[in-house]
Structures are given as structure tokens and as C-alpha cells.
Design a binder for this molecule. Sequence first.
Ligand SMILES: Cc1cc2nc3c(=O)[nH]c(=O)nc-3n(C[C@H](O)[C@H](O)[C@H](O)COP(=O)(O)O)c2cc1C
Length: 172
Amino acid sequence: MIEILRNRRSIRKYTDQKIEPEKIELLKEAALRSPSSKNINPWEFIFVDDKMLIEKLKSCKPHGVAPLSTAPLAIVVCANETLNDVWVEDCSIASILLQLTAQSLDLGSCWVQIRKRMHDETISAEKYIQDLLNIRENFRVLSIVTVGYPEKWREGKPFDELQFEKIKINKM
Ligand SMILES: Cc1cc2nc3c(=O)[nH]c(=O)nc-3n(C[C@H](O)[C@H](O)[C@H](O)COP(=O)(O)O)c2cc1C
């Protein structure tokens, strides 16, 4: 796990290489193994691999979403907010687990923030996606995790740049 963490960086450009179906199945399994508050599992994951839909998803934010220009797979992480008041935490955990699983499978990934982001002056990015993907009532969209083979791997952050001053012992 520490090696996965050392090597993970956000990847925003992907090659044309298709993701093997076995890897996609493992990503689905990883998402569904995410822990959630009270084991309620309020989330649902929309695996979008349709190029036209990904192209439309790209327009969910005003200046477009760079990682969606080349990503062969976009995983929309959403949850039924009426099931759990901490759905944001539940979806966040699932999002990072998807990223770490992607890394473990030699795939690059990027978290694209949707919650609290706007599509234009009047419509939220979330509403745009809810309409585009027929997302059911009460389902809130937290993020999109883009996945694909990196155009170029990025170096992990150097150990000596870690902010160890942010670690306190016993009291702040
Ligand atoms: C909550 C959250 C929201 C993020 N939103 C976006 C986003 O909307 N677009 C994007 O390109 N990257 C996004 N990222 C990726 C961060 O920019 C990235 O993790 C950060 O710059 C650190 O770089 P690294 O992931 O390469 O270590 C997000 C990451 C997190 C954790």
C-alpha cells in the first residue's frame, strides 16, 4: 500500500489504450468494498464508457474538465442523500479507493470535483450530470473519477517534501 501511495499522482491525460474488462471488474469490486457509515452503502457508481456521454460530461464545468478529454472511463460517484447524512464522507472514501485501486492496476486516475461546482451561472455541475445520466431523485453527485492508461506517469512526491510539521503528537 505504501508503494501505491508513494507513486500515485493525479493523471489528466490518457492514451487510447482500452482498459481490460478484468480491470474494470476489479474497479467495480473495489468501489463496492468501500466502507460506509453504519454500513448503509448509500452510494451508486455509474461507469461511463460511452465516448459521446464522456464528451458531454466534459462540459459539466464552465471551462470543461481536462481529464475527460482523453479518459476512456469516467466513474460518477453518487449517493442517495436520504439514506445517510454522511454520504459525502461515504462517497469520498469510495472515490479515493477507486483511485488507489486504479493505481494498483497500473492505471492512472483523477478525482474531478462535482459537488459545490457550477456548470454555468444558474445550473450546478451536479444538476447538469443528474439530467444527462438520468440520475434518480435524491441522488447527489460527489465526484467523477477518471481512469485510463497515462500518457505519461508522473513522479511521486519526494519524501523530503512531505509536510511533517503537520503531524503533532498527543496535542496540537
Ligand atoms: C476533493 C478533491 C477534489 C479535486 N478536484 C479536482 C478537479 O475538479 N479537477 C482536477 O483536475 N483535479 C482535482 N483534484 C485532484 C487534485 O488537484 C490533486 O489531487 C492535487 O493537486 C494533488 O496532486 P496529486 O493528486 O498528483 O498528488 C481533486 C482532488 C481532491 C482530493
